[in-house]
Design a protein. Structure first.
Length: 391
């Protein structure tokens, strides 16, 4: 009864998080095609708190018994420090509540899923293929709809956040399902999101490193030639529509690059963040708390796209550095401890890498469902391996 109750709660939380992730491109395509700005926002504003409440219900049950992971302890410290600075500096209640929910989501995801490591790993392994198929279908469907909408005359912003494609791409690479991998690459490129394309490239490079470390030289050589051939085909074959090529026109026109325009206003955001942090001599050290908000060209915003600076504004540089070191240490652990020695774990690892890289182009580092689900999975796999060795 004890295990059954915990596992049921685990499945509800996991399925909700996966549903929100896989359906993400469908909701976002309504925004970039200007058909509806509200549906995606409502889904997030209701879905995200619902997931946090579901995780909270599980973590505070009397059946949770295991030591706190170090990353969870760091998140508690960050919450305490940011709460103190919030009392000092104040802020808008919506901003404070939003950042608090982000912290609770990260904390409860790590605590809750690693509490039932064996069940969590087994469940993810069992459903991974189905989730990859759904992610591919919705990703391709959303990207296709965006281009059809543009062809029909609708005003379209070619920047679809299609990170669900990371799931199918990672699955295709890890399980050598090259059709999955190729179609996922098509979906990512067709979406026009440069941050996602950068994440895709980094995922491929990490995959090469993994193949090299595992001594799979034949597969390594095949993947290199497969990637080069696919890239040449796309570039020289004229398969990229003008709408996607235009996303890189700042870098290919031959004129001096306007970096602010090329990065969609991110330079202005960084300058505003630097000014804001310099208002007080301790700004860099402590941050300004959960209600921190900066002025960007006359508009107040509580987040910026470049996640590290967004984190520094809230938590200060020392805690932000520790946070990122903890995430990168966990990624390194997976390589060193041979955690990714099977295609399931490798798939999850590659998704984690892509989501982590993507968070440098959008403030998703504390609200990406897949990033934190993958991180909890990698920690859980290590717990399972350690338990088996001890037994």
């Amino acid at each position: 009864m004890k295990l059954a109750r915990l596992h049921i709660t685990l499945r509800y939380a996991l399925y909700l998080a996966l549903a929100l992730s896989v359906l993400g491109p469908v909701f976002h395509v309504l925004k970039v095609t200007r058909l509806s700005y509200d549906i995606g926002a409502y889904v997030f504003y209701f879905g995200f708190p619902a997931l946090v409440l579901l995780l909270m219900a599980g973590i505070f049950s009397p059946y949770v018994e295991r030591p706190t992971p170090p990353l969870a302890a760091l998140l508690v410290i960050m919450m305490a420090a940011a709460s103190v600075m919030t009392i000092v500096h104040g802020g808008d209640i919506i901003d404070i509540a939003g950042n608090l929910l982000r912290l609770l989501f990260c904390l409860f995801t790590i605590l809750f899923f690693t509490t039932s490591s064996f069940a969590y790993v087994a469940t993810v392994n069992r459903i991974l293929g189905s989730i990859a198929r759904l992610a591919l279908v919705f990703s391709l469907g959303a990207a296709s709809f965006m281009h059809l909408a543009a062809a029909s005359g609708l005003g379209v912003y070619f920047g679809l956040q299609n990170t669900a494609s990371f799931i199918s791409l990672a699955y295709g690479l890890a399980f050598k399902r090259w059709a999955y991998a190729l179609l996922s690459v098509v979906a990512i490129i067709a979406s026009g999101k440069r941050g996602a394309m950068m994440s895709m490239v980094v995922m491929a490079l990490v995959y090469l490193v993994v193949l090299f470390r595992q001594g799979q030289m034949q597969k390594l050589v095949f993947f290199v030639f497969f990637s080069i051939g696919a890239a040449l085909l796309v570039v020289t074959g004229g398969f990229l529509p003008e709408s996607i090529l235009a996303r890189f026109s700042q870098f290919t026109s031959g004129d001096a690059v306007d970096w602010n325009m090329a990065t969609a206003g991110r330079v202005d955001e960084l300058e505003a963040a630097l000014f804001y942090l310099g208002r007080h001599e301790y700004g860099w050290l402590t941050g300004y708390g959960l209600g921190a908000a900066i002025d960007i060209n006359g508009q107040t915003d509580s987040t910026i796209h470049f996640s590290p600076f967004g984190m520094v504004i809230i938590f200060g540089a020392p805690l932000t550095l520790l946070f990122y070191c903890a995430l990168m240490w966990q990624a390194g652990q997976a390589l060193r401890k041979k955690i990714i020695n099977n295609p399931y774990a490798l798939s999850v690892y590659l998704i984690f890498v892509a989501e982590f890289i993507f968070s440098f182009s959008a403030f998703t580092v504390m609200q990406s469902y897949m990033l934190w689900l993958c991180l909890a999975y990698l920690i859980s796999v290590k717990i399972v391996q350690d338990s088996k060795r001890l037994s």
